[in-house]
Design a protein around this ligand. Structure first.
Ligand code: FES
Ligand SMILES: [Fe+2]
Length: 430
């Protein structure tokens, strides 16, 4: 049957719309419908959050608004954003933080009817062009000249071959003398952090270094490599982002985190970024707190490092207790819809012990597995096949400084010498 372009569209039975948001469609256009309160008239707004293009159907209804599952932005039934939690409760909302709403919504005959535009004056079909171009997918040609993880060294058998995917190609790997033979041939290969790295073309940026990795006072722990259907660029931003903690990580450590994100600086040399962020936190597990030697309120320093394309590190340093936890996070863009995720951790001084014993390491690793599972579950709500590189395709706020710097690095390596993005804010919107 031919679908009308404009006019009233029957979408879903009314009894399927309650105070949990549901996605409804008018042709190729997606909306999210919800009741702000039980029995209240249905509100229908654009289906994707303008911040990071997350599907709001994965969100929840809070105080009459639909709350995005990623960073908790809230939108009323008219589409207006009422809260950006990372900016603080009293901050003004960025003017562009608004969801489109359809021209009309009607509840009749047990059906939710939606008219995207005025049926009496059929106009343009409201094309949604955001993020349909200028995105960095896992198959982007620029990634050929980067270092990528291919396998854990331990995954390569003593005899025979093992297969691995990178940038849409299948490779086979086998041991050869002291090293590895990779087919088809790559420009460079190396072993670091117990990982076999390859660069299909001559790499433009050196492999990440981390002194903690070779320091005998640090105990290592590995998470099993995992996989996500999200593109590596989107996962990289997730790793650099702290504003999602209270919302995505409520089941692990997020409930105790502030939704407000203190201003922080990001330094970039064009090939990556570094951001040092100091916070206060409660440290009830510090033995010196239990002995009454130190107060429970302590300082923590988070140092985020990114090297192009997808090598990341977070060093969490308890400045008073002296404990250090370093998380190495590497992303392997296997195919358009597959990214392999490597997480190595390094621990020092946990519980007051210089080199933590295996049971402490195992406990920390198990906790990180739960944290990563929360991040990967959120990825199911993402709608993009690549990281949008054109700034106006999303909405950037102050807490997105690292995400903006990441996009600039990826864009620079994608189109070296290109004119700057005219939609790039010199500073993210407040
Ligand atoms: S609040 Fe929706 S993606 Fe950030
Ligand atoms: Fe996270």
């Amino acid at each position: 049957m031919r679908q009308p372009v404009d006019g009233w569209w029957p979408t879903v039975p009314l009894d399927s719309v309650g105070t949990a948001p549901v996605e409804v469609r008018t042709g190729d256009r997606a909306w999210v419908a919800f009741r702000p309160a039980p029995g209240a008239p249905v509100g229908v707004v654009e289906a994707r959050c303008p911040h990071r293009l997350v599907r709001l159907a994965h969100g929840t209804v809070v105080d009459g608004t639909v709350q995005c599952p990623y960073h908790g932005w809230r939108f009323g039934p008219d589409g207006a954003c009422t809260l950006v939690p990372s900016n603080g409760p009293d901050a003004a909302v960025p003017p562009r933080a608004r969801l489109a709403a359809p021209w009309g919504v009607r509840e009749a005959d047990g059906v939710l009817w939606v008219a995207p535009v005025d049926p009496a004056a059929p106009g343009s079909p409201l094309p949604d062009l955001r993020a349909t171009e200028e995105t960095l997918t896992n198959l982007d040609a620029s990634l050929e000249a980067g270092w990528h993880p291919l396998l854990l060294v331990d995954e390569v058998p003593d005899h025979g071959q093992v297969a691995a995917w990178l940038l849409g190609r299948e490779y086979t790997v086998e041991r050869a003398g002291d090293g590895f033979a990779v087919t088809p041939p790559v420009a460079r290969s190396a072993v670091r952090f117990d990982v076999l790295w390859v660069a299909p073309a001559e790499p433009r940026v050196p492999l990440l270094e981390c002194a903690d990795d070779t320091d005998p006072l640090f105990a290592p722990g590995w998470l099993e490599p995992d996989r996500s259907a999200s593109p590596a660029g989107v996962l990289a931003e997730n790793f650099l982002d702290a504003a999602h903690f209270p919302f995505v990580h409520a089941g692990t450590f997020g409930a105790a985190e502030e939704t407000y994100v203190e201003p922080f600086e990001v330094e970039s040399d064009g090939d990556g970024l570094v951001s040092v962020q100091d916070q206060w936190f409660d440290n009830p597990e510090d033995p010196a707190v239990l002995q009454g030697i130190r107060p429970v309120r302590q300082r923590r320093r988070s140092t985020y490092v990114h090297r192009w394309p997808f090598q990341l590190l977070l060093r969490l340093e308890e400045l008073d207790a002296g404990a250090v936890k370093t998380i190495l996070f590497f992303l392997q863009p296997e195919a358009l819809d597959s990214t392999r995720v490597y997480t190595k951790m390094l621990f020092h001084g946990i519980g007051g012990v210089a080199v933590p014993p295996p049971d402490v390491v195992a406990k920390e690793v198990a906790f990180e597995v739960a944290v990563l599972a929360e991040d990967l579950a959120l990825q199911a709500a993402m709608t993009v096949r690549g990281l949008p590189l054109r700034m106006r395709d999303e909405l950037h706020v102050r807490s997105d400084r690292s995400g903006v710097a990441l996009r600039r690095v990826l864009a620079r390596h994608r189109s070296p010498g290109a004119a700057p993005d005219p939609t790039d804010p010199t500073d993210p919107e407040a």
